[in-house]
Design a protein around this ligand. Structure first.
Ligand SMILES: Cc1ncc(COP(=O)(O)O)c(C=O)c1O
Length: 483
């Protein structure tokens, strides 16, 4: 335990003062077990008697209590100030720091994730943990730990573990039509880090970035933090539509961010024509396209359209993640980086946090080598497809006039409701009051939304619960429709 000896005088008094400050300052929470007198004496190189006297003083003041199990910080110890009061020191932030704080404060996804979950919660983007293959994952972790050589335990390659990079190449070339070798792959801390590194490398304050509208709010947050200008193009059933943007807007952007396989949040799959249009724009302007393939492992209807990257590997920075196919707290994703950006991207990763934990990367590599990953993706895709079918059926039969879109891939759909946009907040609140969590699409828009849509994730609810949720939602929508 770290404790500072405070002030002047005998050592036991200085130790007592140090412990008291730690307790009253909140560094040692009520109920924390203090080290034994023997341990602390050895650690501080003082006599046991010194520690004993310091503890006695704390006991006398009610700042600690003693039981047969040891000495504990008293339950009644004064609590630390709950928040920064007026006497707190103010640390001035740099402009970039201020932008980060401001952007994070207004983060939509953070607010949604912090909402209390309700029984019929159509929260999106969260895989079902009950179908995760825990035994295979345990075996993979044990396999990695058993082979933890000195190399594995030392600092890793900033681009990531070579075994995992090789498995990712195999996966994305086989299933996503990506064209790459291991040299193009950088393992990152989830898609989020890939987006962050890309923005840091490519976007200066004031730079214009081309975006889908509606779009991924966390990317908006990164761009706000970078001080970028967002140029939003609308999305229709064919994905990003550039036709409404002026040529000056288009020529100013040097970076575009898109989710072509399953547009977030509308769910549109970008058509081949729109992909070609975007690539022609990028070739003409010399722009880099960031392709976020966040749920590309899940395709429910027809063969997947290959990733944009496969059509133009030198223009597209492809981002993939294990957050949906395995679990979000794993925090592992990958960037497939154009050759011209290879060195810069690996450098940014290194500067940021050196590398992802090698042991964890080896465990995922093993899961892939054994085929457990692929089996899980196949199995979970079948489960999600059944849930999607149940949800679409419940919406179509339960809510007259609804238009369900975005169900060809991924883990969520958008239901466009036959109610006025002003009525949508009441629908969302009314649903929550009867235990149903649905999420308005409006805050995902930069410009005003054209209609009343709700984003409905179906990955974390069983079929019966999906149907019950929609049965509860239907009368609320009907009421709002009547006005
Ligand atoms: C559009 C989009 N990109 C990326 C991600 C995933 O990010 P990460 O891999 O950091 O968990 C999500 C998560 O929901 C997402 O919706």
């Amino acid at each position: 335990m770290y404790v500072e000896l405070e002030g002047e005088g005998p050592t036991y008094l200085r130790l007592y003062r140090g412990l008291r400050s730690a307790i009253t300052g909140g560094g040692l929470a009520p109920g924390t077990r203090l080290p034994s007198t023997r341990e602390l004496a050895a650690e501080l190189d003082v006599s046991r008697n010194t520690v004993l006297r310091a503890y006695e003083q704390l006991l006398a003041e009610g700042l600690a209590s003693a039981t047969h199990g040891g000495t504990f910080v008293g339950a009644s110890a004064p609590e630390a100030p709950a928040s920064a009061g007026p006497s707190c020191v103010v640390v001035p932030l740099a402009p970039a720091g201020l932008r980060i704080v401001e952007a994070a404060r207004s983060s939509l996804l953070r607010k949604l994730m912090e909402l209390e979950r309700v029984p019929y919660d159509f929260i999106f983007g969260i895989p079902d943990p009950t179908i995760f293959p825990l035994p295979a994952w345990r075996r993979a972790l044990a396999h990695a730990a058993d082979r933890a050589s000195n190399r594995v335990l030392s600092y890793g390659d900033p681009r990531g573990d070579d075994q995992l990079r090789a498995m990712i190449v195999d996966h994305v070339t086989r299933h996503r039509g990506v064209r790459c070798t291991s040299d193009d792959v950088v393992i990152v801390g989830g898609a989020q880090q890939a987006l962050d590194l890309a923005v840091r490398l490519l976007v200066a304050p004031g730079d214009a970035v081309l975006l889908e509208d509606p779009g991924y709010p966390t990317m908006h947050m990164l761009l706000d933090a970078a001080g970028a200008e967002m140029i939003a193009a609308p999305v229709d059933g064919d994905g990003l539509d550039l036709s409404g943007l002026s040529s000056s807007e288009l020529s100013r952007c040097r970076v575009a961010y898109v989710t072509p396989s399953h547009q977030f949040p509308s769910g549109a799959v970008m058509s081949r024509e729109r992909r070609d249009e975007l690539l022609v724009w990028a070739a003409d302007t010399g722009a880099t396209i960031i392709e976020d393939d966040y749920d590309g492992d899940y395709r429910h209807v027809g063969p997947p359209l290959p990733a944009l990257q496969g059509l133009a590997p030198e223009r597209v920075l492809y981002v993939g993640t294990f957050s949906k196919s395995l679990f979000p707290s794993l925090r592992l994703g990958y960037a497939i980086v154009p050759r011209a950006l290879r060195e810069a991207f690996a450098a940014a990763k290194w500067v940021s946090d050196w590398s992802e934990p090698t042991l964890l990367q080896r465990a995922v590599a093993h899961l892939m080598q054994k085929g457990d990953f692929q089996r899980h993706v196949k199995r979970s895709a079948a489960v999600y497809r059944r849930r999607r079918d149940a949800l679409v059926d419940a919406l179509d039969t339960g809510i007259p006039g609804v238009r369900v879109r975005g169900g060809d891939a991924g883990m969520h759909v958008v239901a466009w409701l036959p109610v006025a946009t002003e009525a949508l907040p009441d629908v969302v609140a009314g649903a929550r009051a009867v235990g149903v969590g649905v999420y308005s699409i409006a805050p995902f828009f930069i410009r005003p939304p054209p209609a009343s849509g709700i984003v409905l994730g179906y990955s974390s609810l069983a079929e019966g619960a999906l149907r019950e949720g929609i049965a509860r939602l239907a009368p609320i929508v009907a009421q709002a429709r009547r006005g």
